[in-house]
Write a protein that binds this ligand. Structure first.
Ligand SMILES: [Cu+2]
Length: 507
């Protein structure tokens, strides 16, 4: 239907144009060809002038109207330290091209007006003019030289990498269809090694878990950075070309599969400060940028104002596929304290997703964080037992002490908790304990009794071997006689196989 209407319209317009042509032809026959030609020339010349004025005014007024929305102007001053330099380059370039633009437009249309066709008018032929040639070659050459040299200088400054001894936060962004996978270095400040061949569904970045620098790396869902701190972003891509673009910081760099790139920048304004700049009031007490004071939801006047809801963003500036728009991520710039707080809330990817799974190469080792955590837990439990008046609360299980199957030989990881016990006894001279070994009910009771005895003895030997006086502890095996859970399930039996100690005396 629409197509039919369109065809009809076109046919109608064609008929009208043809009819106008006929009328003009007839009119010129009546009035004479020359007079009509002269009239048309005058009209065309006047239209040229009119177009010049309307076009220039529209250009200038629209630039003025939209100036506060442009990235280098008004409230949108660069939020990074190097950004001002790029904005300055843009301003200089805009100034020169703007001047040339206005002059050439005026010249073009004014000439069309001035040299309109007139009866007897004759063109002037200039075959060569050295002076003109020199002028219009030399002026652009000089201007371009300054722009290019200034641009190169700015480029070198903006693209300078960090020196090895410089303090810098290095983070990583890997683009893929259609999101960014972010990685932070964790407490050691260093990103661990990656190998694309290690990429699996549980290891999306192909991190090499044998590299201990990977142990504390975490994968946040947003970029959070402290204000005034130099940041180096390592930029990678997993599939196609993407582009890491932080418009408010004037950061933009391609993410190329197989070729890591980087960008160094220093955030200058926190998110909060940028919001305040957008919402600032003029000297008359009215909003300086009224468009930012409109509600976020036009249907709900009570929704937050646009400036209150502003966030820096990370966008992909490469048309990388149909879901391209979905690559937006929030960027938050915060104070140093807020950043530290945020860091402390992040969980290492290895600890939350890889630790003690089949991909974990470190099952026979405890990491510092885990040692600290277990020490804390042990001390808390001991503290509680010491302060309790209840006899039953005086028994503490050594849940991280274990033995090889059917043997009294301690596993390598047992020593950490035993060292906690030794430390506690060193710190607390009045403390004496009874070590108690237990088994489940699998096998012969006599055998179990003997095994539990030997296991308690192993702990006894370890503790006395660390210099604790033998008079402060005893070791007894109870075999399967004191279960704490059912022996009918594997979990229950596991709970029953245990070594614990009872506080016999406390100082
Ligand atoms: Cu993309």
């Amino acid at each position: 239907m629409t197509a039919l209407l369109a065809i009809l319209c076109i046919a109608l317009i064609t008929v009208i144009v043809v009819q106008i042509g006929r009328v003009t032809e007839l009119a010129s026959k009546i009035r004479g060809e020359e007079e009509v030609q002269a009239k048309t020339n005058r009209a065309q010349a006047n239209y040229s002038l009119l177009f010049l004025i309307v076009f220039l005014l529209a250009t200038i007024i629209s630039a003025g109207y939209y100036k506060d929305s442009m990235l280098w102007y008004g409230p949108h001053e660069a939020a990074s330290e190097h950004g001002g330099l790029l904005d300055y380059m843009f301003n200089i370039t805009l100034f020169f091209t703007g001047v040339v633009f206005v002059i050439t437009q005026i010249a073009l249309f004014y000439f069309a007006y001035k040299y309109q066709g007139k009866k007897g008018g004759k063109a002037e032929f200039i075959s060569h003019n050295n002076k003109l040639e020199v002028i219009w070659t030399a002026i652009p050459a000089v201007v371009m030289t300054f722009l290019v040299i200034g641009g190169l200088d700015a480029w070198n400054e903006v693209m300078a990498d960090v020196s090895p001894d410089e303090e810098v936060i290095e983070i990583e962004a890997t683009g893929y269809q259609f999101a960014w996978h972010l990685r932070y270095p964790g407490a050691d400040g260093k990103l661990g090694a990656r190998d694309y061949r290690l990429t699996t569904s549980t290891n999306p970045l192909g991190q090499d878990w044998k590299d201990e620098k990977n142990i504390d790396d975490f994968h946040p869902s947003e970029i959070v950075l402290p204000v005034g701190q130099k940041v180096r972003v390592r930029i990678l891509a997993r599939d196609v070309l993407h582009n890491f673009y932080l418009p408010h910081f004037r950061v933009k760099m391609d993410a190329v599969p197989g070729m890591p790139t980087h960008f160094v920048f220093t955030p200058k304004l926190t998110t909060e400060e940028y919001r305040q700049n957008l919402g600032v009031l003029g000297s008359d007490g009215l909003p300086k940028y009224p468009e930012w004071h409109e509600p976020v939801d036009p249907a709900d006047p009570d929704s937050p104002k646009r400036y209150e809801d502003f966030n820096y963003e990370l966008a992909c500036a490469e048309l990388c596929g149909t879901g391209h728009y979905a690559m937006r991520r929030i960027v938050r710039i915060v104070s140093e304290e807020e950043y530290k707080q945020w860091l402390s809330e992040q969980q290492s990817y290895y600890m939350s997703s890889i630790r003690n799974t089949e991909d974990d190469p470190w099952t026979d080792k405890l990491f510092d964080v885990e040692i600290q955590q277990r020490t804390q837990e042990f001390n808390d439990k001991l503290e509680q037992a010491l302060s309790s008046a209840n006899e039953a609360d005086k028994v503490i299980e050594l849940e991280h002490v274990s033995f090889k199957t059917n043997s009294a030989e301690l596993t390598a990881l047992s020593r950490y908790q035993l060292d906690n016990l030794v430390a506690a006894m060193n710190n607390n001279a009045g403390l004496s304990i009874d070590i108690m070994g237990h088994t489940d009910n699998t096998g012969e009771p006599e055998y179990n009794l003997e095994l539990s005895e030997q296991r308690a003895q192993s702990v006894y030997s370890y503790v006395t071997g660390k210099g604790i006086d033998a008079s402060r502890l005893t070791a007894t095996g109870y075999g399967e006689t004191r279960p704490v859970a059912t022996n009918d399930t594997e979990e229950g039996r596991e709970q029953n196989r245990r070594v614990e100690f009872k506080i016999a005396q406390q100082g």
